[in-house]
Design a protein around this ligand. Structure first.
Ligand code: SF4
Length: 359
């Protein structure tokens, strides 16, 4: 496969095909492009694979919050930091089902469940598997984020009907030890391999604004783009500084130029052209103009709802107004020959609202 020169415009559709052989130098060169040129290229790649007016909308339910033994320096759910997050036990299957029914009634097609664990214990797997089976039986696609998985656990979750697994690599491998000391990035890569081997789709990204350099942001995206398969979804989070976490004390997010965040989105779009690039945590603190630039740079997925795990998310009205002002619409679910959808969670209410506002 021919390399795409970061200094030459992309010429044809073939040049937009997913590649897995990006060099770190190429990724750094993309970051260094003049801002308008980078956005122009990213928008071209976006159009080759997606309708740029469509945005996938997902929701996430925290089924077990806080009390996590890990030491991720950004995370309010780590029990060692005093962030005011109240630790909860794993929700009952019935309570999760009630939320899933509400999501389905609102038009959701996919239901994401998150638990703050280093990794699930083997005794937790049957409980989570029961949730997955029951949620699946409602006719919803299922997604989970539960921490590190063994090969056997991944197989068990797949057998229960789990479609997607979220597991972020967080940051550049060389910066990883500055953010997390209770595990190594190889642990994350191993779990992603178990998830792929089990036949599930992957959702994998990380966080920017943690004090990393541009070179390290390039290293983070290079790691994702050179995985054996690009993640189906790539959540790019902008650090939310939660009081009590080490990164809030260091105020690292203040050092991140908003245009650098947009550059990160654009480079992710170019490197992983067929993946959903998702604006995740940190959106609440972004201006409408910054979000619009992110959509222009190739972001085509957001989390929608009042809460994204323990971090606030922009309210529904603001999302609806922004969609209407930008002429965007929620992506509709399309179904594969193998029966899997590509559209993600679509809320009938916001689809309806967006339509009526546009009318
Ligand atoms: S990011 Fe996940 S693994 Fe790390 S402390 Fe938070 S809940 Fe635990």
């Amino acid at each position: 496969m021919s390399a795409v020169s970061p200094t030459r415009p992309l010429a044809d559709a073939a040049a937009h095909a997913p590649r897995h052989d990006w060099s770190r130098r190429e990724v750094e060169a993309l970051f260094a492009l003049p801002f308008p040129e980078l956005l122009h290229r990213a928008a071209g790649v976006h159009r080759a694979h997606f309708d740029p007016a469509e945005v996938q909308v997902s929701t996430l339910l925290s089924v077990k919050t806080g009390g996590c033994p890990e030491d991720c320096a950004y995370c309010p759910q780590a029990q060692r930091y005093h962030t005011g997050v109240q630790a909860t036990k794993l929700m009952s299957t019935e309570a999760v089902l009630e939320k899933a029914r509400q999501a389905k009634a609102a038009g959701a097609s996919r239901f994401c469940m998150g638990a703050a664990w280093r990794s699930p214990k083997d005794r937790d797997i049957p409980k989570v598997a029961a949730m997955i089976r029951e949620v699946k039986a409602l006719g919803l696609e299922t997604c989970a984020t539960l921490g590190m998985l063994s090969g056997g656990q991944a197989q068990a979750l797949k057998a229960a009907g789990l479609d997607y697994y979220n597991h972020n690599i967080d940051t550049d491998p060389e910066f990883y030890g500055s953010i997390v000391r209770t595990r190594e990035i190889q642990d994350r890569l191993d779990t992603l391999a178990h998830v792929r081997d089990a036949g599930m789709k992957t959702c994998c990204g990380g966080i920017v604004g943690m004090g990393e350099s541009r070179r390290q942001r390039a290293g983070f995206l290079h790691t994702l783009a050179t995985l054996p398969a690009h993640p189906d979804s790539v959540p790019i989070n902008r650090l939310v500084q939660v009081e009590g976490t080490p990164l809030a004390e260091k105020n690292t997010a203040a050092g991140l130029d908003p245009f650098e965040f947009v550059r990160t989105i654009a480079v992710a779009r170019i490197l992983m052209p067929a993946s959903m690039v998702r604006l995740s945590a940190g959106r609440e603190e972004m201006s409408d103009e910054l979000q619009a630039l992110c959509f222009l740079a190739g972001a085509n997925s957001i989390f929608y709802g009042e809460k994204l795990l323990t971090t606030g998310n922009p309210d529904t009205e603001r999302d609806l107004a922004l969609f209407a002002r930008l002429g965007l619409r929620p992506m509709q679910v399309t179904v594969d020959a193998d029966g899997h959808d590509h559209g993600g969670t679509v809320h009938a209410d916001i689809a309806e609202c967006a339509r009526s506002r546009a009318a």
